[in-house]
Design a protein around this ligand. Structure first.
Ligand code: MN
Length: 283
């Protein structure tokens, strides 16, 4: 049975410092697609050689998983666990903030020197109360380590979860499915998502029919938990991020860089960050 469409929403434009980014969730008509609580699309931006690049200085997270998908360009990550890595186009970095992590991210020196196009998605995946204070962790994989399925003028990249007996390299604590799907004109991609999981597709570019519904660039499509089958047909070169996860049936308190169950836990997170309990990272 095909998953049916709940709704299609347009991405809203928000400002982060001097950069405009697309934010399909949260917004007034769609607070979340539980457990996915925030999606930011930094649309393709050309960086001149030796320009300022982008850099987000050290900041904390607790209670969820911030994930960065790199579609174009390169992103360097440093964190309070001592991880330092550069993820290139097609790669992913998956942070389990758990009880607390401090990280910075931006373009690495090598990318700033030569310039180029940058396009990324940042996704916040909520964690249930039983995992909000779990040990923080960092996973990063480049495109060479992400298995893919080539179909009729299309490719599914399996970052997390499984398809056709292929398993993505990310070890998700909550059984999240994360695929990127690339299609050429006339491309067709068919796959399945778990029954009972909430699901969404965000279209970065192109023009598709998604289970028969017209989808355009910068739109997010929310799918029903019932059903498993997906069929995407492209009329132009198109790229999508497809996600599925079990909904978390708990209260949510989201403030700044924290996603907890209650406001008391948010206050505790603020105190714990200020007193150094989330670790340190030099700026
Ligand atoms: Mn962050």
């Amino acid at each position: 049975m095909k998953k049916s469409i709940v709704q299609i929403v347009n991405s809203q434009t928000v400002r982060m410092g001097n950069v405009k980014i697309g934010q399909p969730i949260p917004q007034g008509i769609l607070e979340e697609v539980n457990p996915f609580v925030l999606l930011h699309h930094a649309t393709p931006k050309t960086m001149t050689a030796n320009g300022p690049g982008f850099f987000v200085p050290p900041h904390p997270h607790r209670g969820f998983e911030p994930v960065t998908f790199v579609f174009q360009g390169e992103v360097e990550h440093k964190d309070s666990l001592g991880n330092e890595s550069i993820v290139k186009a097609g790669g992913v970095q998956w942070i389990t903030a758990g009880s607390g992590i401090i990280h910075s991210e931006g373009n690495p020196k090598s990318f700033i020197e030569k310039g180029g196009t940058l396009e990324i998605i940042q996704l916040w995946i909520n964690l249930p109360s039983s995992l909000k204070m779990t040990t923080p962790n960092y996973q990063a994989f480049d495109t060479e380590n992400i298995p893919s399925i080539v179909q009729h003028k299309s490719r599914i990249n399996i970052i997390s979860g499984e398809q056709n007996k292929l398993t993505g390299p990310i070890k998700s604590l909550t059984g999240i499915t994360a695929f990127t799907v690339e299609l050429e004109p006339e491309g067709i991609s068919t796959f399945t998502l778990p029954e009972g999981h909430n699901a969404l597709a965000y279209q970065l570019n192109g023009d598709t029919l998604f289970n028969g519904n017209a989808m355009q660039a910068k739109q997010l499509l929310q799918l029903s938990p019932e059903g498993t089958e997906i069929e995407i047909k492209a009329s132009k070169t198109s790229k999508l991020l497809v996600l599925a996860g079990a909904p978390i049936k708990e209260p949510k308190s989201m403030w700044g860089p924290y996603v907890m169950n209650t406001q008391t836990e948010i206050m505790q997170a603020l105190r714990d960050y200020e007193t150094g309990k989330m670790g340190y990272l030099a700026g």
